[in-house]
Design a protein around this ligand. Structure first.
Ligand SMILES: [Fe+2]
Ligand SMILES: [Fe+2]
Length: 359
């Protein structure tokens, strides 16, 4: 893991006192297989019918090429893609092919976590989430990081997490207009904290950019996309899949609830790992703030957002549990990928030069 990206490799930090922001994406990733080859080739031109994406025989949930393909489709709905016309977002053939990828992604989730449960009471859902959040985790990434993580490994971890944490909270914001009553109020309360109570310097995504900069890494949005394997992109694509579609609002609520309920302990351990490695407050602030904020968010998420949603729409209990199980499944796969790579003494990132996995 020594030849990954070390401090200073891509640092674009303006000055010690200047505020750090992820900014806008500035470059497109390289294609890494038939799906991304096809998409990027068509994205270079004005919107038109892109035809059918090549058939993907791989596991769409974790495949490097399929993961990047879905990520590219989704980025059109966030900050856009550089050099790609904005009208691609609603080009019918793009939406059609994205839907095909999403259906395959959803089917793999169902294969892994089982069907959406039916007939769950509010108490059943609550108990299931509490049990999932408190279950022992024999392969905890945060425990490893606190006890053994090296500087190189914490850099790798931050690079992986940049996929989601530089847009932290955005996928869940899509659910706000789809909820009502207590659930909507609770989600807004959580998101208010995620967006720093309106203070740009406290927006969690910006605090994460600060972590990257302090580690000597490139803090710009999308800077490391070529290094991220499918298993990492799955964690980000999952949140966007649930966020973009109203029919998945229950799953998005379950995803966010478990996310908040599993945050305090791990965030504290990541902060401890950084301190053990000699990093200061600017590097640990993102994690320290979560230890405090998520102590509150987890209560609001469970007792107000989940319970409020099920008061309004009792039929969504199964979706809430499915969303939480899906999060748990992709996070476990992500942790296994990193720990397996480090146990073998190799990087968990893709090779920079080729965009292919180092195996
Ligand atoms: Fe956050
Ligand atoms: Fe939170």
């Amino acid at each position: 893991v020594t030849d990954v990206l070390m401090p200073g490799e891509a640092s674009s930090r303006p000055s010690p006192s200047a505020p750090i922001r992820p900014g806008l994406p500035s470059s497109l990733p390289a294609p890494r297989g038939p799906l991304t080859e096809h998409l990027l080739c068509h994205f270079a031109r004005p919107p038109h019918d892109l035809g059918s994406l090549p058939i993907c025989d791989a596991d769409v949930l974790f495949d490097d090429d399929a993961g990047l393909a879905l990520h590219l489709c989704y980025e059109l709905c966030y900050l856009g893609l550089p050099f790609v016309e904005e009208h691609w977002e609603t080009e019918p053939s793009l939406v059609r092919e994205r839907t095909r990828l999403e259906r395959a992604f959803e089917q793999r989730l169902l294969d892994i976590v089982g069907p959406i449960p039916i007939g769950l009471s509010v108490a059943d859902v609550r108990d299931t989430l509490i049990q999932m959040a408190s279950a022992p985790n024999p392969r905890s990434l945060s425990v490893y990081m606190e006890q053994h993580g090296t500087f190189e490994q914490i850099c790798e971890f931050a690079i992986h997490r940049s996929a989601y944490q530089l847009k932290e909270a955005d996928p869940h914001t899509w659910a706000i207009p789809r909820l009502t009553g207590r659930a909507k109020a609770a989600l807004v309360e959580i998101q208010r904290g995620e967006y720093g109570d309106g203070a740009v310097g406290a927006v969690h995504a910006n605090l994460f950019a600060e972590v990257l900069a302090e580690l000597g890494l490139d803090h710009r949005y999308g800077a490391y996309i070529d290094r991220l394997p499918g298993v990492t992109l799955a964690t980000e694509n999952l949140a966007t899949l649930f966020g973009l579609h109203r029919r998945w609002r229950g799953a998005l609520v379950g995803h966010l609830a478990l996310f908040e309920m599993c945050s305090v302990g791990p965030m504290g351990r990541y902060a401890a790992a950084l301190r053990r490695l000699g990093m200061g407050h600017r590097a640990t602030r993102f994690y320290d703030e979560h230890v405090v904020a998520d102590e509150h968010h987890q209560v609001v998420a469970l007792n107000e957002m989940v319970v409020g949603l099920l008061e309004d729409e009792p039929i969504l209990g199964g979706e809430v549990v499915f969303g939480a199980r899906a999060l748990d499944a992709v996070e476990r796969a992500f942790a296994d990928h990193l720990l397996d790579a480090w146990t073998d003494g190799r990087s968990s990132l893709l090779l920079q030069e080729t965009g292919t996995a180092r195996r």
